[in-house]
Design a protein around this ligand. Structure first.
Ligand SMILES: [Zn+2]
Length: 407
């Protein structure tokens, strides 16, 4: 998951360094243009361009080979060594990357910008190698040199998040929000909301309910769509005996994030059940479903409630509607069978289920393209979407219980 999350960051950084490097190379040619041209150097700089090309096309070994040659020819070129170090790091050779980047720091005449980029790369090396303190130090130093370096802020935020230092993560994220223009604000605020929610959960764990409540409220104020903050706020309110407030909080979640409504309904069901107000829960669910017919999760919640209440005959049609909306959901099919068993496998109802399943859009024998994830109901030899040959595999869900591989 980490790799996934960082992939865009890393490619952005590589792109940035490429830009920096290409700009530098251009500068050098321009400077040399009109004066005398070092023919040997111009020829040898092919290694550099080739190396960058290999890097872009993800042929890492060849890239290292060419970049190393370029670095030998032009030992002064900072950007080549910078990139070479980054490639070592991305390949997992962290100590080598650190060695290269530390070597660059020893250079006598680094500009402020160069200094901060070398430190940024070194910080990434440390982070990759698991040297958290040194990485924190490096990113902090980058920010001392250039306070609005967004890469340093972003990496710092992620490091603090990984360490669960939520207050620090929040402070850094706040700086990023202040730096960015209004167009990127919504997403920035959403992330602030999630960090603030984490701060609230930490306070709740430590038993400080007031502090937790303040954080949850503030998270919702950042972004009303911070779903877990609504759930947690309602839990905290209920624990403090504020029943009406808890219901209002969960009801608000249903309004602002209807696609997550089932999470609020689960809590509401527990509450209403404990008060013997099942009818109220049923009415709320049905009103919600009327306004949002595509929702299958709330239908599942309602059907589960009806079954538990001893009314499987009322649950059954609700489940068939859920099946219509999500024919692939194994949990829906399981719930149908549980309910059918409660109804003593009434053969007319079983037939209704079979008909409903048959008419639903359904991959009866699903296959998936490994390259582009195109799905097909049968095995194909060439993908109609990405045109790759022989790229289909049977799509299977992993068994819930894997045979033990330990010992
Ligand atoms: Zn494909």
């Amino acid at each position: 998951m980490d790799v996934q999350a960082y992939a865009p960051l890393i490619s952005a950084l590589v792109a940035l360094l490429l830009g920096l490097a290409i700009g530098k190379a251009w500068e050098r040619y321009k400077l040399r243009d009109g004066r005398w041209i070092d023919r040997r150097k111009v020829r040898d700089s092919q290694h550099y361009v080739l190396g960058l090309n290999f890097l872009v096309s993800n042929q890492i070994d060849l890239a290292i080979e060419e970049l190393s040659r370029a670095a030998r020819v032009d030992a002064d070129a900072l950007e080549i060594h910078l990139i070479l170090g980054n490639v070592y790091r991305e390949r997992g050779q962290v100590s080598r990357a650190i060695q290269v980047h530390q070597g660059l720091l020893q250079r006598p005449k680094l500009t402020r910008l160069e200094h901060s980029y070398v430190l940024l790369c070194l910080g990434l090396d440390y982070k990759r190698g698991g040297f958290v303190d040194r990485a924190l130090e490096a990113f902090t130093e980058v920010l001392r040199l250039s306070p609005d370096n967004q890469y340093a802020l972003l990496y710092l935020q992620k490091l603090y998040e990984e360490q669960h230092q939520w207050a620090d993560a929040y402070r850094v994220r706040r700086q990023l929000v202040d730096l960015n223009g209004p167009d990127t604000q919504p997403r920035n605020l959403a992330i602030l909301g999630f960090i603030e929610n984490a701060m609230g959960m930490e306070a709740a764990k430590a038993g400080d309910r007031d502090k937790a409540t303040k954080h949850f409220e503030s998270a919702i104020a950042h972004d009303a769509a911070t779903t877990p903050a609504h759930l947690n706020l309602g839990d905290a309110q209920l624990a403090a005996g504020e029943r009406a407030e808890a219901v209002a909080t969960w009801t608000r979640l249903i309004e602002v994030s209807p696609e997550r409504a089932h999470l609020a309904f689960e809590r509401l069901e527990r509450l209403y059940d404990s008060e013997g107000q099942g009818r109220q829960f049923e009415a709320d669910c049905r009103r919600f479903i009327d306004g949002r017919p595509q929702d299958w999760r709330v239908r599942m919640a309602l059907a589960r409630h009806l079954s538990r209440r001893g009314e499987p005959a009322a649950a059954f049609p609700v489940l068939l509607e859920a099946l219509e909306q999500n024919p692939h959901g194994l949990t829906v099919h399981q719930a149908v069978w549980d309910t059918l068993r409660q109804l003593s496998l009434d053969s007319a109802l079983v037939q209704r289920y079979i008909d409903a399943a048959r008419s639903a859009v359904f991959f009866l024998d699903p296959h998936v393209c490994l390259k582009c994830h195109y799905r097909s109901t049968e095995l194909l030899w060439q993908c109609p979407h990405c045109h790759e040959w022989n790229s289909f595999v049977e799509e299977r869900i992993a068994a819930a219980r894997q045979p033990s591989t330990e010992m």
